[in-house]
Design a protein around this ligand. Structure first.
Ligand code: PAF
Length: 299
């Protein structure tokens, strides 16, 4: 395992087919599953670790973002990463940065209006990583469905040569989608939050049984969430996977995505609805069998 600080050093150390796993650190099994997916099909797995200031719309969030390089390096190595590329700010953004990557339309809905400038910051950082590391494949979680769509579109339109691979959501034992924010939930808030996965699962079952109306799929989610009075929902949307546009009818690859607050913690989750031979297959993600590394020691 090597820790690199510059793009040129990273390219020098990496050999053969390169798989890139971009992260902002504070790893959990969702990130580790990306490393494992990259390990399966590449000679060198590079995990980048950079807390990208461009994608934070609030200074406090950036300052509060948890950082623990030693912990992350240990977890990344155990999952099969060969290189942890942890650039300083000056390597990623030397001098004044006048360039931004904006993917129009795909940022308009869902997370976009809630987080001004966020996706511009993500797309700019990812473009920089793709240009600097030059991976053959890059791995992103399906948990951030909109981010995945934006990165795919950006990489295609800017002719980055490698492919972008989406990896299923990893859930905790009780079904809650893994997120570093889960550590902020009180036991009651966590219990409440389980309704999100229950709602999405009910909708996924309905979609696989042949339900196509967005309103009905969305209502299945609300039937579960509505029963928990302390959850506050921001949106539940059925959107196309390619353009992230709301659709009325499940007639193309889509995802049913939501954002909700449990107490002071904002959570997002989704099920991807992929085409199958006889309709749609719901990607509900995978579940851990043991407690997440998030709750181990200081993590
Ligand atoms: O998903 C993340 O952790 C970040 O948005 C990413 C892709 C590493 C870009 O900074």
């Amino acid at each position: 395992m090597r820790i690199t600080k510059t793009f040129s050093e990273t390219r020098m150390v990496a050999t053969g087919q390169i798989g890139l796993v971009p992260t902002m650190g504070f790893l959990h099994e969702g990130h580790l599953s990306l490393i494992e997916a990259a390990r399966d099909t590449n000679d060198t797995v590079v995990m980048s670790l950079f807390v990208n200031p461009l994608q934070f719309d609030r200074e406090e969030d950036l300052a509060r973002y948890p950082r623990d390089l030693e912990r992350d390096v240990g977890l990344a190595a155990a999952a099969g990463a060969d290189i942890v590329f942890a650039p300083e700010l000056e390597e990623m953004y030397p001098g004044e940065q006048l360039t931004r990557v904006i993917v129009n339309r795909l940022s308009d809905e869902m997370e976009g209006p809630n987080r001004p400038g966020h996706f511009e910051g993500v797309a700019t950082a990812v473009a920089k990583l793709l240009a600097g590391v030059r991976p053959d494949r890059s791995y992103f979680g399906r948990k951030d469905a909109q981010q995945l769509a934006i990165v795919k579109r950006m990489a295609a339109e800017l002719s980055f040569p490698g492919s972008i691979v989406g990896v299923p959501i990893v859930r905790e034992r009780d079904g809650l989608a893994l997120s570093s924010r889960n550590i902020f939930l009180s036991p009651q808030e966590r219990q409440d939050a389980l309704a999100l996965n229950r709602g999405l699962t009910a909708a996924a079952d309905a979609a696989e049984r042949g339900e196509r109306a967005a309103s009905s799929l969305i209502n299945s989610v609300y039937a579960e969430i509505g029963a928990v009075s302390d959850l506050s929902v921001e949106y539940v949307t059925l959107a196309s996977q390619d353009l992230v546009q709301p659709i009325d009818e499940l007639d193309r690859p889509a995802f049913l995505a939501l954002a909700a607050w449990s107490g002071e913690t904002r959570l997002i989750d989704n099920v991807h609805l992929d085409r199958s031979d006889d309709g749609f297959f719901a990607d509900r993600g995978t579940r851990l069998r043991t407690e997440s590394v998030l709750y181990r020691g200081e993590g």
